[in-house]
Design a protein around this ligand. Structure first.
Ligand SMILES: Cc1cc2nc3c(=O)[nH]c(=O)nc-3n(C[C@H](O)[C@H](O)[C@H](O)COP(=O)(O)O)c2cc1C
Length: 205
């Protein structure tokens, strides 16, 4: 798919919630951003904790087929149907949550499914991130941001960046006015084709 000439009518968002608790700060922030999307753009929301994926088994280099769980089948379908994938994960140990990471690990399995063309089909689509974190120093989320950027770069996807919000107890992100302001326009951002940091222009010195 190429998203160069996508209009709102062609777009659909998949929000992948990766917190280990319901109604948390990450979801609150993601919903604040999603509220601003035009009404005509379909949104699907999936909570990875509700119906957890089994641990990812790396069968990529083994012969034969690998059993596919119902959860995997459903997530694969939802992922391939969306033009925009929003990884809504809290910051856990300076990275995405385990649920989120497991979902992304499945992408590696999908890359090898004969006839699925997962990488080709995801190319040109857009990856976004939404993250709540307890630390007020946003630089401590750099690892998560780099990891999502590099994931998008590997997949040939666009990357819209990560919307960060501060909070520890559920609901605290509502007091982070800066985050809520950023949420209002987050999905209006340019989302350029992602590049690995080593490919970035270094500029003149
Ligand atoms: C396992 C775990 C690891 C965490 N690691 C970090 C961290 O590295 N940096 C940070 O700022 N907050 C960390 N936190 C705090 C959460 O990011 C914070 O409570 C956030 O609001 C949780 O989002 P949620 O409400 O969407 O679950 C951690 C929390 C848990 C449970």
């Amino acid at each position: 798919m190429t998203t160069d000439i996508l209009t709102d009518a062609d777009r659909s968002f998949l929000f992948v919630l990766g917190s280990s608790r319901p109604d948390g700060n990450t979801e609150i922030l993601a919903r604040a951003a999603a509220e601003q999307l035009p009404a005509g753009i379909p949104q699907r929301w999936v909570d990875l904790a509700e119906d957890p994926l089994p641990d990812f088994q790396d069968g990529r280099h083994e012969d034969g087929t690998w059993p596919v769980s119902e959860q995997e089948e459903e997530l694969r379908r939802l992922t391939l149907e969306a033009t925009d994938i929003v990884i809504a994960s809290p910051l856990y140990w300076y990275a995405v949550s385990a649920n989120t990471k497991r979902y992304l690990d499945y992408w590696s399995g999908w890359l090898g499914v004969p006839g699925l063309d997962f990488k080709k089909r995801m190319g040109g689509r857009t990856l976004w991130g939404v993250t709540a974190m307890a630390d007020e120093n946003e630089a401590t989320a750099d690892g998560l941001i780099t990891s999502l950027n590099n994931t998008a770069a590997y997949m040939g996807m666009r990357f819209g960046g990560v919307l960060l919000g501060n909070g520890s107890r559920p609901g605290q992100v509502r007091a982070d006015e800066r985050a809520l302001t950023r949420a209002k326009t987050f999905f209006e951002r340019e989302a350029p084709l992602a590049r690995f940091p080593s490919e970035e222009e270094t500029g003149e010195r």
